[in-house]
Design a protein around this ligand. Structure first.
Ligand SMILES: NC(=O)c1ccc[n+]([C@@H]2O[C@H](COP(=O)([O-])OP(=O)(O)OC[C@H]3O[C@@H](n4cnc5c(N)ncnc54)[C@H](OP(=O)(O)O)[C@@H]3O)[C@@H](O)[C@H]2O)c1
Length: 270
């Protein structure tokens, strides 16, 4: 066995939302560290492209179609992963994002955000974004006595960001669930942590950050003005933190923490 703290050889990582920008980068990063990757998501095209990139870089990966909001779909994907890759030891919950429909605007103030809008924000970011996958994959890890779960939170989980009200509340709940499960499963060999990315341009936040002509929105300028490093993150800048949390050797006594990769966003006051 390698004594490299960051070697994930022999691990099997399920990356839900591996079809997206951050999940895809994390899938590729964990594969480079040696893990076999199950890329899960709804988009076959983007999921297979992610698995292909991993294989082209000499890694091991396969795409499994799954809807994180459906218990049956997650269970079916889990059965397929077990029969074609083996027993998952790492779970990354990277499905989620902000839906412009549930964002406060001048035409749509807070009081007009309906309960259904709130439910859709919580469904995607808490129920599908963490809860159901933890029940499906995490509980099986706890039964086998070994695993590492990484929930993708957000700076919005720590302080409610303007406008993205349901998203912020749902991500705050992800932090809370992470701590709950860290305590619940510590004695059963499963570590549960979260990763808070700062601002990384991706599909789900493109309209908040950029005008159609590619110039920065006022919000994007305000974000950069509040980020000590004065830039957006690059998706591959999340990989080191994720490999650390995933590795049973590097972070064996670490559970229930939130690791921030945000260019200092949450450290800045005035
Ligand atoms: N980008 C940022 O600045 C930033 C900052 C903080 C936190 N985050 C969080 O990071 C995570 C990844 O977001 P991203 O920025 O990489 O956005 P993205 O590229 O839009 O990826 C989001 C992924 O979520 C998946 N997804 C949505 N609904 C799903 C469902 N029902 N079942 C399965 N997968 C589903 C989508 O996959 P399919 O379409 O294939 O289903 C998509 O690939 C999210 O939790 C987001 O909130 C992002």
């Amino acid at each position: 066995m390698s004594d490299n703290l960051f070697d994930l050889s022999g691990e099997i990582a399920v990356v839900i939302g591996g079809t997206g920008v951050l999940g895809g980068a994390l899938a590729e990063g964990l594969a480079k560290a040696g893990a076999a990757i199950a890329v899960l998501g709804r988009s076959r095209e983007r999921g297979e492209a992610c698995a292909r990139r991993i294989k082209e870089a000499s890694g091991h990966a396969k795409f499994f179609e799954a809807d994180a909001l459906s218990v049956e779909s997650l269970a079916a994907a889990h059965r397929e992963v077990l029969s074609s890759l083996g027993q998952p030891t790492i779970l990354i919950n990277a499905a989620g994002g902000n839906d412009p429909k549930v964002t406060v605007t001048s035409e749509r103030p807070f009081e007009k955000i309906t309960a259904d809008d709130w439910r859709s924000g919580f469904d995607l970011n808490l129920i599908g974004g963490a809860l159901l996958p933890c029940q499906e994959f995490g509980a099986a890890m706890a039964q086998r006595g070994r695993g590492s779960i990484i929930n993708i939170a957000s700076v919005a989980a720590h302080f409610p960001l303007s406008r993205v009200v349901a998203y912020s509340a749902a991500k705050a709940a992800v932090l809370n669930l992470t701590q709950f499960l860290a305590r619940e499963w510590a004695a059963r060999g499963v570590r549960v942590n979260s990763l808070t990315p700062g601002f990384f341009p991706a599909e789900q936040n493109r309209r908040l950050l950029f005008h159609d002509d590619g110039t920065l929105t006022e919000r994007a300028r305000s974000i950069l003005g509040h980020t000590p490093m004065a830039r957006f993150g690059e998706p591959n800048e999340l990989i080191g933190a994720a490999v650390f949390l995933a590795s049973a050797k590097a972070s064996s006594f670490v559970t229930g923490i939130d690791l921030k990769v945000d260019g200092g966003f949450l450290a800045q006051t005035i």
